[in-house]
Design a protein around this ligand. Sequence first.
Ligand code: UDP
Length: 382
Amino acid sequence: MRALITGGAGFIGSHLAEALLAAGHSVAAIDNLATGSRGNIEHLMGRPGFRFVEGDVLNEAQMDRLVAESEVVFHLAAAVGVRWIIDHPLLSIRTNIRATEVVLEQASRHRARVVLASTSEVYGKNDHGPLSENSDSVIGPTQITRWLYANTKATDEFLAYAYHRERALPVVIVRFFNTVGPRQTGQYGMVVPRFVRQALRNEPITIYGDGGQSRCFTYVGDAVRSVIRLAETPAAVGEVFNIGCAQEITILDLARKIIALTGSASPLRFIPYDQAYERGFEDMRRRVPDVSKLRATIGYAPHTPLEENLKRIIQHMQATDQQLLLRPLVKTEHAHITYTTEPAARPSSQASTTPSPARAEEAALSTPSPPPSSLSPVAADD
Ligand code: UDP
């Protein structure tokens, strides 16, 4: 297939490009490098069948040319990460909604298929058992910035359905559940790269809340394999799919596992949510995917064990940490993070806390970083 990936220099986008090329497809990747990076796709530059375009999805003339040449558009460009979204709400809303409209409109005009990246965030606070694609979305109040991500991606899904029904656009929607793997950055809030980096540097592991909240982490290679198969499956058109691994772990146990795998001397540090993010921040207590629809449709579902996934991430970060040291972390608020000495209800006697002055990472975190000056999509990185 001739594929176009928006957000192609992002974490998931770059892995998708790699997998498509390996399967013999041609790939054009567009990214404005706001949160994606050239480093993610450096190894693909010059490969036959690969083309990188530095640009904005909101540049409609440029997008029109790219979509016209493509059979399938993987639309991954979006505002990324809880931290980034809280810091840049306006840009996040415009990016998520307007860029998706551009992609859907042009794909409809050029009769290209679309795979729309969505997120498990659309289920919001619904923490009942494994979530199926028909489960309710339970979203918190609009005063809490976090919920704009769920709302804007849900709007994207509505848009995609509308184009499918009214314009017969062939579209597949994929909801990623905490996709992780090598090359993911912790700059925008994602827990696994943050914990791995903290552990490798023997810095405190920053656990938000009491650490009893759980997630299912999905290996990026499994996620992109699922997405490519869905793009090739006629029965997937007009449908939405959970893309996730069913292995569940609490954030506290994740911290312990990473400490054990790295042999780190890092202590655990518990930080209340309103200090880590924003006043009134609400977290999902639990988020587990039901992937029976995915398995029934493509005969496959993500299954790489978390430990194997973490080992790959640790190895990759050990090899690239020098680069990470040079990159400033994105954060524009909360210049002074204060730490609690204890979580409200301490989940385990093994947990230790280390009240201490802000460390190098938090100093870097508090360095003001201006948002991009123009409206510009950034790479999806759920
Ligand atoms: N988290 C944490 N410490 C961090 C970053 C995140 O404890 O340094 C928690 C976060 O509050 C959430 C979980 O880890 O409960 C997963 O966060 P992430 O941002 O990776 O994904 P989310 O599931 O929230 O979209």
